[in-house]
Design a protein around this ligand. Structure first.
Ligand SMILES: *Cc1c(COP(=O)(O)O)cnc(C)c1O
Length: 382
């Protein structure tokens, strides 16, 4: 199968014979304008307003989590989730090298140190086996906490990420974390509408975080959310996201060094209108991915599908070429032809600010990085 066969197929399924085809563009076909206008007419455009509360209720309903806390973006959701989860200055936080930089940045914002542990090839998410063997080599449990024997630092949290919306082996990861007394926070930024069995991603540990950036499955312009089943955790997260102001009609008294992280009503209005369409979006993304799956069958290029027992949202469809030269030739040809495609993110351990971080063997992440390309995945307007 040649690069031009793939490019022609993408053009045919998007019914776009010559124009630019983006990787993932938002689709506004519902109540977006109505709800956004409503916030302007009401004057409640900032972080107080009915849509912010409605957005949190919708997130609870969709994920099945007892509580949801709206934030200004996915990065702040991660930052706040870790602060509330007890991450302290000088801790180590385990995550995967194959992720968007926000995951590692949020760890740094806590003044903690990211530690990179390998993914598995099947899910592209943190490998429970790699996690377990890393901890056997490095960790010791003292009291109710986990420590790195070599660095002496506390390992407080583990943050796996559900890459491109494909659920990681999260139940197995949760077991390893429980055994080693490490809190589990899922970076579910890419996985709204993705499930393991009937359980939504982001609900397997202490907390999960989501992003509603413009390129995600559902967008609020910019936005994020934390979900949790722990009432005290949710209360503190909301409190710290709103400057830790004690409720009072006119007095301004604050009881923590806190944040201004609450999602504005203007953005929440957009999010509510988008979330109403989530089932339709997921159905259309699934139809697109099954067309891709059929096309790539027996092609020598593997199309990544959801693993057994899980439902992926297929946020970004991904294919694996035989090697790096084949990957690079497709990236170059498709982007020249205005059909957008993208390699995996540069692995976190290779970025200048994370080059010296502790890491395990990362051979699966490196294997995937050599071969992986994301191809156009927008919800089609049909
Ligand atoms: C999008 C994303 C985030 C958060 O991004 P924001 O742009 O801050 O909303 C975090 N982690 C991953 C893996 C992401 O893809």
């Amino acid at each position: 199968m040649s690069n031009s066969d793939i490019i022609a197929f993408v053009r045919s399924i998007f019914k776009e014979p010559e124009g630019f085809i983006p990787l993932h563009a938002p689709l506004f076909g519902g109540n977006e304008k109505k709800y956004v206008s409503d916030t302007i007419e009401s004057t409640f455009v900032s972080s107080v307003g009915k849509y912010v509360n409605r957005f949190e209720e919708m997130m609870q309903e969709i994920t099945g989590a007892r509580y949801a806390v709206a934030t200004v973006n996915g990065t702040t959701a991660l930052h706040l989730a870790m602060i509330v989860g007890g991450v302290k200055d000088g801790d180590e936080v385990i995550t995967q090298p194959l992720t968007f930089v926000a995951t590692a940045n949020a760890i740094s914002h806590c003044r903690a140190l990211p530690v990179f542990v390998d993914v598995d090839r099947e899910t592209m998410g943190l490998s429970p086996d790699a996690l377990s063997s890393f901890l056997k080599d490095y960790a010791v449990v003292r009291g109710n906490e986990c420590y790195n024997k070599q660095t002496g630092r506390r390992i407080s949290v583990c943050i796996p990420m559900h890459t491109f919306g494909f659920p990681a082996f999260i139940e197995e990861i949760a077991e390893v974390c429980a055994e080693w007394k490490i809190a589990l926070i899922e970076d579910a930024a890419e996985s709204i509408g993705s499930y393991v069995g009937n359980q939504h991603t982001g609900t397997f540990g202490l907390a999960g975080t989501f992003s509603f950036n413009g390129n995600k499955t559902i967008t609020s312009g910019g936005g994020g959310a934390i979900v949790t089943n722990d009432e005290g955790y949710a209360r503190l997260a909301k409190h710290l996201s709103t400057t830790a102001k004690q409720p009072h009609t006119w007095e301004f008294v604050h009881d923590h060094v806190a944040f201004n992280y609450r999602m504005p009503n203007l953005n929440a209005a957009l999010a509510c209108a988008q979330l109403e369409q989530l089932p339709v979006f997921l159905e259309r993304k699934r139809a697109l991915s099954s067309e891709y799956a059929g096309f790539f069958q027996d092609s020598g290029i593997s199309f990544i599908t959801e693993r057994k027992g899980t439902t992926a949202n297929y946020w970004l469809n991904a294919i694996l070429f035989a090697d790096r030269p084949a990957r690079d030739s497709f990236l170059s040809e498709s982007n020249t032809e205005k059909v957008m495609s993208r390699p995996a993110w540069e692995l976190m351990n290779r970025l200048p600010m994370y080059r010296n971080c502790l890491k395990g063997d990362l051979s699966n992440a490196e294997w995937l990085e050599e071969r992986l390309v994301n191809i156009p995945s927008s919800v089609r307007n049909q």
